[in-house]
Design a protein around this ligand. Structure first.
Ligand SMILES: Cc1ncc(COP(=O)(O)O)c(C=O)c1O
Length: 399
């Protein structure tokens, strides 16, 4: 029988009314800042944009060549397999084996994604019922909250504070909230705080997930952007991680591929297959040629080294420069972000506006990632070292 909506809208105004799930989203805090940025740009001001979490460098040539090969392959002109091609999943599992000594079954424990955002947004649809709770870090990537709201769940915010190394205090979650929780999001290396998590924290999170019978979802989009030779930990290499966990990997930041939309999820087979079932009903998989390019990327880890090294030079330039002008910040161990405390009594939005209007330097107010981001701003190292040095010169005059 055909599906019939229960009540047909009668007036155009009703028809155009956004659904409650969209209306309940938190307000877009960057609107005013975006407007000012647009106006200054239109007036001809030279803006140095350190606000965007999107690499400024091009995708490495071997990956481009693989895309061209994949595009010429006729099998890629048809619908791709929902879960990703076997070759792509094998490459992703090979990556996990080489980097983390984690052995995975490409058929049951790995899934290609149209960017990790797609999987992150869809995970609650597969596992969370209306009225249940999703535990979400704050400040944090906004999709954890919107994904929870879309399925009628309640996001419960876990503050990330400097005194705890920007790790959530799981012991402080009220018993009643933990009882209703179905999913716990963690994200290390972290956006926006740039923190990395210890093995002890992963052990604690795994224990918490087991005790409360919930899914532990680790977003590790920045796993490859690490400095000083210290590779961040994967949830799946920790004892018990596979029992409760799913991990989201992205090729976006690692290989300058944000525009290509490719990532993968790995972990507990029941969780991965639940997400796969959701995807089967929603999308038709990643374009086969993009997966061919993804294989070229995942099997050539040497491509990452120069990308990582260039962010390290930029990081060192920014951190040393800010320190020279009397604004000391912590050098991040990973990610291409620097999370800096506002150096005066202004709110993070006021301070970001001041830097924009008076110095033409664009940074992100911490409140863009949730109320707990107040008192901080985020710099993205997605501009050249020369532009970062110029930004420091401008800030010296202003501060
Ligand atoms: C923490 C975090 N997770 C996931 C993503 C999504 O990345 P993608 O969908 O490009 O893989 C982003 C993008 O900015 C991010 O900052």
């Amino acid at each position: 029988m055909c599906y019939k909506p229960s009540a047909a809208p009668t007036e155009t105004a009703d028809l155009m009314q956004l659904a409650t799930r969209l209306q309940q989203l938190p307000p877009y805090v960057f609107a005013e800042l975006d407007r000012k940025k647009g106006a200054l740009q239109a007036a001809g001001m030279d803006l140095i944009d350190l606000s965007i979490g999107d690499p400024d460098q091009p995708t490495p040539p071997p990956i481009l060549a693989a895309l061209a090969r994949g595009a010429a392959d006729r099998t890629n002109h048809r619908y791709p397999p929902y879960a990703g091609t076997r070759n792509f999943r094998e490459a992703a599992c090979g990556w996990m084996e080489r980097h983390y000594a984690v052995t995975l079954d490409p058929d049951r424990e790995c899934l290609a994604l149209i960017g990790s955002k797609e999987g992150i947004a869809h995970l609650p649809w597969a596992f969370v019922n209306p009225g249940e709770v999703v535990l979400v870090p704050s400040p944090g990537y906004p999709v954890y909250t919107s994904g929870a709201l879309f399925v009628g769940a309640t996001p419960h915010l876990l503050p990330l504070r400097a005194d705890r190394g920007f790790l959530p205090d799981l012991a402080a979650i009220p018993a009643e909230v933990a009882r209703k929780a179905k999913l716990l999001w963690i994200n290390y290396p972290n956006n926006p705080t740039a923190a990395v998590a210890t093995r002890e924290f992963f052990a604690e999170a795994i224990l918490f997930a087991k005790r409360h019978n919930l899914i532990l979802a680790h977003d590790t989009a920045y796993a490859e952007i690490f400095y000083d030779g210290e590779r961040p930990v994967s949830l799946l290499q920790c004892p018990g991680g596979m029992d409760v966990g799913i991990e989201f990997h992205s090729l976006s930041k690692t290989f300058n591929m944000t525009g290509w939309r490719i990532g993968f999820a790995v972990g507990n087979p029941a969780i991965v297959q639940g997400l796969a079932k959701m995807k089967t009903n929603l999308d038709s998989g990643v374009f086969g040629a993009v997966q061919t390019a993804g294989i070229a990327a995942l099997t050539a880890p040497e491509l990452v080294q120069p990308i990582r090294a260039s962010y390290q030079r930029r990081r060192d330039c920014l951190v040393a420069g800010l320190s020279r002008i009397g604004w000391p910040v912590t050098a991040p161990k990973a990610t291409f972000y620097v999370w800096a405390q506002v150096p005066n009594r202004m709110s993070s939005a006021e301070f970001a506006t001041l830097l924009l209007e008076r110095a033409g330097v664009v940074i992100t107010p911490g409140t863009g990632f949730g109320a707990e981001g107040e008192g901080y701003v985020r710099f993205a190292l997605t501009a050249t070292k020369e532009r970062i040095s110029e930004a420091i010169d401008r800030l010296r005059e202003l501060l």
